[in-house]
Design a protein around this ligand. Structure first.
Ligand code: NAP
Length: 436
C-alpha cells in the first residue's frame, strides 16, 4: 500500500488525484487536503460566477473524490496546522497543488492607497473567498480602471459592468451583487502596457463584451497596425485581435450608458489621490524590436477611484521548500521538488493556461510518482491515520467529503431565485452548517 497527499483541491490537485487513483487503484490511498472545508479551489474562488459552464468541471472532480481510495481532508492548513516535512513522514509522496493565490504587485507609488485592489482580492470578494469577504471595494465613483490585458482583467471589467439581471443564473455572492447593483461606475478603463496584438485575452471571453446589456466596448482603430500584421499571429490570438478590430470598426453602442475602454500602450507610473485613489498617471509606450513596451515620455492621467491591478499571480512560499522568486512558484524539475515531494498546476508552472491545462500536468506528475514507486510496491507509512492523530493532538478538526456535501446542500438550499447556490463567505459559517 502507498499513501499520497495532495495539498490543494483545485484543478491541479484533482487531476493528480484522478491520475494516481487510476494508476494505483486499491494499491494506494490518496488524500486531498485543503485549508478550507470546501473543495475545488480556483473553480470555486477564481472562475467567474457568470461562467457556470466552466464551474461544472467540479462534477468531474466529485467522481474522483467519490472513488474508493480517495478522500478529502478539509479545514487543515499545510504550513500552519502541519508542515510539509511532517506530511512527508506520513505519506510516500506529497504533491503541492496550492495554486497561485497571491496578487503580483506593480511596484509603483500609490499602489497601497484605498481604492486600489489586486484582482485576487477583487475576484475573491465577488466569489465568496473568506479572506476577502470584507474587502469593500470602493464603487462610489464613476470611473474605474483595470490594469492588465489578460482574461482576469476581462473578468473584472465585465463583472463591474453587468446589470443585476445579467447575474441571473450566476453564483455571485449576495454581498457583491448588492454592492455592484448600487455601484456608480460607468466607465471601466482597461490599461495594457502593450498593444492590441499583444493581449492575453481569449476570443470567447473577449466576445462577451459585445453582448452586455448596459455596457459597450470602446477600442481605437488608430491603435492597430495594418491588418496584414495579424497573419503572423497564431489562430486563437488572431481571432481575439479580429474581435477587437470589430469593436473598433463598429464603434461604441450609443444606446448603452456604460463604457469599457481599452487603453493600449499605457504603462502605469503611479496612482495618485487625496487619501484614496483618484487617478493613474500613465506613460504612453511603444513596442521595441523585441516586442517590449518602452516609454515615450508622453504622460497623461486616467481618472479612477477604483483600480484593480490584474497583472498575474504568485504561489506563496512554504517553509523549507525551494522557491523561484522571479517565477513566483516552487523550484522544480518537471514537477519534482525533491525526494517524495512534487508540485503541479500553477505552483509548478506559474499562473498560465486554462483549467484543462492542469489535466496533462497532473497526469505527468502522477507518472513521475509511478516511476519512482511503481504500483504494487509498498511502504510502512501511516497516511491519513498518522496525520489525523497529529491534528487531533493540535486540536485541529478536519472535515471530510460528507461534510462538504452537507455544506453544499445548505448553500444550495439558501440560493436566491435563479442562482445555483448562495455561498457562505466565512469559515465559521461553513463550520456552523456542520453544527460545529
Ligand atoms: P495573464 O494572462 O498572464 O495576463 C497578465 C497581464 O498582465 C498581461 O496582459 C501582462 O502584460 C500584464 N502585466 C504584467 N505585468 C505588468 C505590469 N508590470 N504592468 C502592466 N501590465 C502588466 O494573467 P491573468 O489574466 O491573471 O490570467 C491567468 C491565467 O488564467 C491565464 O492563463 C488566463 O488565460 C487564465 N484565465 C482564463 C479564463 C477563462 O478561460 N475564462 C479566465 C480567467 C483567467 P504583458 O503581456 O505585457 O506582460
Amino acid at each position: 500500500m502507498r499513501h499520497f497527499a495532495i495539498v490543494g483541491s483545485g484543478p491541479g490537485g484533482f487531476y493528480t488525484a484522478e491520475a494516481l487513483n487510476k494508476a494505483y487503484g486499491d494499491q494506494a490511498r490518496v488524500d486531498i487536503i485543503d485549508r478550507y472545508p470546501v473543495p475545488y479551489g480556483l473553480v470555486r474562488f477564481g472562475v467567474a460566477p457568470d461562467h457556470q459552464s466552466l464551474k461544472a468541471v467540479a462534477k468531474r472532480y466529485d467522481k474522483t473524490v467519490e472513488s474508493p481510495g480517495v478522500d478529502f481532508i478539509g479545514n487543515v492548513c499545510v504550513g500552519s496546522d502541519v508542515s510539509v516535512a511532517e506530511l512527508l513522514t506520513f505519506y510516500d509522496a506529497v504533491v503541492l497543488a496550492i495554486g497561485a493565490p497571491n496578487d503580483r504587485k506593480l511596484g509603483i507609488p500609490g499602489e497601497d492607497l484605498p481604492g486600489v485592489v489586486g484582482s485576487a482580492a477583487f475576484v475573491g470578494w465577488y466569489n465568496g473567498h473568506p479572506e476577502f469577504a470584507d474587502l469593500g471595494p470602493l464603487l462610489d465613483g464613476s470611473q474605474a480602471a483595470v490594469i492588465g490585458n489578460g482574461n482576469v482583467a476581462l473578468d473584472c471589467a465585465r463583472i463591474l459592468s453587468k446589470t443585476r439581471d445579467e447575474f441571473t443564473g450566476s453564483d455571485i455572492v449576495g454581498h457583491a451583487l448588492d454592492a455592484l447593483d448600487r455601484s456608480s461606475i460607468e466607465t471601466v478603463t482597461i490599461l495594457g502596457r502593450r498593444g492590441p496584438l499583444q493581449i492575453s485575452m481569449t476570443p470567447k471571453e473577449l466576445g462577451e463584451l459585445g453582448h452586455l446589456e448596459a455596457a459597450t466596448p470602446v477600442v481605437e482603430t488608430s491603435d492597430f497596425p495594418p491588418v496584414a500584421a495579424d497573419d503572423a499571429l497564431e489562430p486563437g490570438q488572431r481571432k481575439s485581435v479580429t474581435i477587437l478590430r470589430t469593436f473598433a470598426g463598429t464603434g461604441p453602442d450609443g444606446a448603452k450608458q456604460k463604457r469599457i475602454v481599452f487603453d493600449f500602450f499605457a504603462k502605469p507610473l503611479r496612482i495618485e489621490g487625496d487619501g484614496r485613489a483618484e487617478r493613474i498617471i500613465v506613460e504612453r509606450t511603444q513596442l521595441d524590436d523585441s516586442g517590449r513596451a518602452t516609454g515615450t515620455d508622453e504622460v497623461y492621467s486616467v481618472p479612477a477611484s477604483l483600480v484593480v491591478t490584474s497583472i498575474g499571480y504568485s504561489t506563496p512560499p512554504l517553509e523549507g521548500i525551494p522557491y523561484d522568486d522571479r517565477g513566483g512558484k516552487f523550484l522544480n524539475e518537471d514537477g519534482r521538488i525533491g525526494d517524495g515531494l512534487y508540485c503541479v498546476g500553477w505552483a509548478r508552472r506559474g499562473p498560465s493556461g486554462t483549467i484543462g491545462t492542469n489535466r496533462p500536468d497532473g497526469y505527468e506528475v502522477a507518472a513521475r510518482i509511478e516511476a519512482a514507486m511503481p504500483p504494487g510496491s509498498s511502504s510502512d507509512r501511516s497516511g491519513a491515520q498518522g496525520l489525523k492523530a497529529l491534528l487531533q493532538s493540535r486540536d485541529v478538526m478536519p472535515t471530510d467529503y460528507d461534510d462538504w456535501r452537507k455544506i453544499e446542500a445548505t448553500e444550495t438550499g439558501r440560493a436566491r431565485a435563479g442562482s445555483p447556490r448562495e455561498k457562505f463567505v466565512r469559515v465559521q459559517e461553513w463550520l456552523q452548517a456542520l453544527g460545529r
